[in-house]
Structures are given as structure tokens and as C-alpha cells.
Design a protein around this ligand. Structure first.
Ligand code: ACO
Length: 320
């Protein structure tokens, strides 16, 4: 048996926050944000909804996917969830969501890898399906970034956006031409301090702290290498890739990765301009848009690649 990517969807807040609006309360400008990051706007959940939790938006996107697939929640065998802002340290947000959506047969757990979540989750789901431990694996990235960025820190808050995305991996027979072909994952704990979610000692509020330049360098160096290593494992080459779907962090990181792989801009999926960095949800959101717009077709070879807090990075090659 092997895993195919059988469904993808997203749940996004309606409220659009433009660079222009941010520059009304912060010392920044549309021009600075756009040229340094490629971001024009991002979505954020209403700040007055103070009781909104990551599990709420995760359950929304999960139920949307189940409705789309006409899938009974009891048929979900595993839920893997990523979020920079889990409801609790424990229980896992995946367990909270399992209860909320009635997926009572599912094993549920979180992976803590911030923006590097998707390659890890897909690799984990793929292995469980190959081992015969699961038939349906639900992967959810749920981000309330607007609740964890420091809105007085122009170095970080302009980069992030809210949103949730979900993917479904389903077990199929080996004869199916589709499927997860190969994955590569790496971690480097020497870089734990360059991207962290911290807690203010006085008011205990969370805030995201980042050394943007160091993150930038690791992302540019490692994302392309990760794709190359995964292609090698699969006996494929850069020219075989139909679509590169990187974690949507910064247009300069995306362009540099495509360039290092010798891929033309037309093969690069980009939506960071409209959503900013939605961390664990960014690849599902980009994938959903590319599938819905008809860009990605069945049989296409797609490369998903991400880097995030840890640092962690990795790639999945998938025949869609
Ligand atoms: N508006 C105006 N000026 C700003 C802003 C802003 N929003 N932010 C920073 N500046 C200033 C800085 O203070 C600095 O001023 P100085 O020279 O007087 O000190 C100047 O702009 C240049 O700042 P740099 O840090 O040199 O800008 P750089 O070109 O490196 O871009 C950026 C910064 C956009 C953060 C970039 O480094 C980046 O994108 N890094 C990667 C970030 C990322 O992807 N993070 C998420 C990773 S995934 C995860 O796990 C969550």
C-alpha cells in the first residue's frame, strides 16, 4: 500500500489586513514590506474574538474537508496537527480536534515544527499508511499568528497571517500511479534560538522572536538542497518537477529556491503576496489554490518544501 494526496482545503478569515493599514500604527511602509518580502496583505481573525483557539479553526477546516470528501469522521485513522499556538502544552490540539469533529477512532498527535510542519506530517502519514497502520490520515495546519506576533515589532509582525489548511492522505494499492514518492527531513538544534515563541515574564503573553537574516540564510540554503536530495532518492531530476510549492515565507526565499533548482518562475506556486506567512497552513493553502485554479492536474509531479522553527526542514515529492 502507499499514500495518495486525495484532498486539500483551507479555511481563511475574511478580514484582509493590508501593508497600508499596518503602516498606520507601525513605523513601516507598503514599499518596505513589498520589496523585502513580496507580501501585500494577509488575513487575520477578528482581534475581538479573544476566545478563538487554534482548535476552533482546525476543526472548521477538518469538517470542511470531510464534507467535501463525504467522509465519515469515524473513518479517520490518524490526525496530525501543527500550530505555532497550540491550545495547551498538553493535551495536544490534535486530540482536542479529534473530540470536536467526532473522529473517535483516530490516533491524534501534534508535531512542533512551526513552518516546517507539512513535510514532517506527510512523511509520518505516508509511513503509517505504508506500514498498514492507517487508511485515512488527516493533516491539519492551524495558525492564529495574529495572536502570537508582537504588533509593536516591525521585524516580525508584518510577515505573518492567519489561516488553516487540511490535507487528506489515503491508502491506495501500489499499482496506482499517484502517491508520495519520497521525502527528506532534517533538523538542526544548533539554531533553536533564531526562531522562537517566547513568553513575557511579566504578563505571560506569548510573542514570536526571530533573527530574520539567519532564518533567511538557512531557508535559502536548505530548501533547494532538500528538494535535490529527495529527487536523488527517487531517481528523478529537477526538470521532472511540474510544480514547486514551497512554504510561503518570503518571495525572495521562494525565488532563490526555484533559481537554485534551475526551475522557471512558471513552475513556482506563490500566494505569499495575499496571505503572508501562514506557517503550517501555508503549503495546504497554496496547494488548494493551485488545484482549484486547474494549474495542478492529476499525474503532475509536485515538490513540497518547507523550513521552520527548530530549525527543521524537508521535502516531499508527490505524484498528484
Ligand atoms: N518596516 C520598515 N523597516 C523595517 C521593517 C519593517 N517592517 N522591519 C525591519 N526594518 C528595518 C530594520 O530595522 C533594519 O533597519 P536598520 O538597518 O536601521 O537596522 C532594516 O529594515 C533592514 O533590516 P534587515 O533585517 O536587514 O532586512 P532584510 O532584508 O534581512 O529583511 C526579513 C528582513 C524580511 C525579515 C528577512 O530577513 C526575512 O524574510 N527573513 C526570513 C523570515 C522568515 O521567513 N521567517 C519565518 C520562518 S518560518 C517559521 O518557522 C515561523
Amino acid at each position: 500500500m502507499k499514500a495518495v494526496l486525495s484532498a486539500v482545503t483551507a479555511y481563511l478569515p475574511e478580514k484582509v489586513l493590508t501593508n497600508q493599514e499596518i503602516s498606520t500604527f507601525l513605523d513601516t511602509s507598503d514599499e518596505w514590506i513589498l520589496t523585502r518580502t513580496g507580501i501585500r496583505e494577509r488575513r487575520i481573525f477578528d482581534r475581538l474574538q479573544t476566545d478563538l483557539k487554534s482548535s476552533d479553526i482546525a476543526a472548521e477546516v477538518a469538517l470542511k474537508l470531510l464534507r467535501m470528501q463525504n467522509l465519515d469522521p469515524l473513518k479517520i485513522d490518524v490526525i496530525i496537527l501543527g500550530s505555532m499556538y497550540p491550545d495547551f502544552v498538553f493535551p495536544s490540539t490534535a486530540c482536542v480536534v479529534q473530540g470536536m469533529i467526532g473522529a473517535h477512532n483516530a490516533l491524534a498527535f501534534d508535531i512542533t515544527a512551526a513552518c516546517g510542519f507539512i513535510p514532517l506530517a506527510i512523511q509520518q502519514g505516508d509511513m503509517m499508511i505504508r506500514a498498514g497502520q492507517a487508511k485515512n490520515v488527516l493533516i491539519i495546519g492551524a495558525e492564529l499568528s495574529s495572536r502570537v506576533v508582537d504588533w509593536t515589532d516591525r521585524n516580525t509582525c508584518v510577515l505573518f497571517g492567519d489561516g488553516a489548511g487540511a490535507l487528506l492522505l489515503t491508502s491506495v494499492d501500489d499499482s496506482d500511479p499517484r502517491g508520495v514518492i519520497a521525502s527528506t527531513l532534517k533538523s538542526d538544534g544548533r539554531f533553536t534560538s533564531i526562531l522562537q515563541l517566547k513568553k513575557d515574564e511579566v504578563d505571560q503573553a506569548h510573542f514570536l522572536e526571530m533573527d530574520g537574516k539567519s532564518v533567511f540564510k538557512i531557508a535559502v540554503n536548505e530548501m533547494a538542497d532538500s528538494v535535490k536530495e529527495t529527487l536523488n532518492k527517487a531517481g528523478l531530476q529537477e526538470k521532472d518537477i511540474d510544480w514547486l510549492i514551497p512554504h510561503q515565507a518570503n518571495i525572495r526565499i521562494l525565488d532563490a529556491t526555484a533559481k537554485k533548482l534551475g526551475l522557471p518562475a512558471e513552475k513556482l506556486i506563490v500566494n505569499v503576496d495575499r496571505y503572508g506567512n501562514t506557517s503550517s497552513a501555508s503549503i495546504p493553502i497554496a496547494l488548494m489554490e493551485a488545484v482549484e485554479s486547474g494549474k495542478i492536474k492529476q499525474g503532475d509531479l509536485i515538490a513540497l518544501v518547507a523550513v521552520g522553527g527548530g530549525m527543521n526542514w524537508g521535502c516531499n515529492l508527490i505524484r498528484y
